[in-house]
Design a protein around this ligand. Structure first.
Ligand SMILES: O=C([O-])CC(=O)C(=O)O
Ligand SMILES: [Mg+2]
Length: 242
């Protein structure tokens, strides 16, 4: 299984390098976060991040979900859940689905991309550790309200190759995370194909593609500033849930 996945990644990531790909969306995706669609998250997709949390580097994608109620937009705060004392930031490239599909071939995966977004996968790390220890799902750690800060839609043409952009995050002006999507273990076309064989993809769904190394805590009153290269940035204040 492992070999097959690695071989297919190598074959098809070559297909997406530097190509101009057709627009896919039939609907205007500008406010996709209001559509109530799925947020499918990929975990441990950067080896350095898997290692910093002492997790094995995966041989298949690790998937989990957030509900659409997790979205929060600039101007509203990110809230520390009442049960957590260790809320972590995870900056991630988001892929917005523009054309529905099941069992999508990797060679056609980019046709299903309608655009991109900058996302934070806010994680109650202490809660996640407890869930991991007990073998329980990560819902409380990952799916709470405001756990998915999201930027405006980045038009597809602005990112020619989702496998070659820099994502970064600062807290109170200090750089905490900076990584290139070229370090992803499972690249975007592979992820779209893999996920679509398990979960049907619909227009407006979002795939969070995993975080590079440097995840750490945020405290009440902190300010997070994150970006994709110089293409887009967004700012969020952290507050306690009342
Ligand atoms: O570290 C985690 O919780 C897994 C994850 O979401 C990621 O790697 O982006
Ligand atoms: Mg994540």
């Amino acid at each position: 299984m492992q070999e097959t996945i690695q071989e297919t990644i190598q074959e098809t990531s070559a297909l997406t390098q530097g190509q101009l790909l057709p627009m896919a969306s039939s609907r205007n995706l500008n406010r996709f976060w209001e559509w109530g669609r799925k947020i499918i998250c990929v975990g441990r997709n950067y080896a350095e991040h898997a290692k910093e949390l002492k997790n094995a580097v995966p041989t298949e994608p690790v998937l989990f979900l957030k509900p659409p109620s997790a979205y929060v937009r600039e101007g509203s705060p990110v809230l520390i859940p009442y049960y957590s004392n260790n809320l972590h930031h995870e900056v991630e490239l988001g892929v917005v689905i523009g054309k529905p599909g099941k069992n999508i071939e990797q060679s056609r995966a980019m046709e299903h991309v309608g655009g991109y977004a900058l996302c934070l996968d806010m994680t109650a790390r202490d809660t996640q550790d407890k869930c991991k220890n007990k073998g329980l799902p990560w819902t409380l750690a990952k799916a709470f309200d405001t756990s998915c800060p999201i930027s405006d839609l980045v038009p597809k043409e602005q990112i020619r190759d989702p496998g070659d952009v820099k994502i970064w995050l600062k807290v109170n002006g200090s750089l905490r995370q900076e990584g290139s999507t070229s370090s992803m273990i499972f690249p975007v076309p592979f992820l779209i194909s893999y996920i679509s064989k398990i979960i049907s993809l619909e227009e407006g769904d979002l795939i969070l593609t995993g975080t590079p190394a440097g995840v750490a805590s945020v405290q009440e009153h902190d300010e997070m500033l994150a970006g994709i290269d110089h293409i887009i940035s967004m700012k969020f204040k952290v507050e306690k849930q009342s």
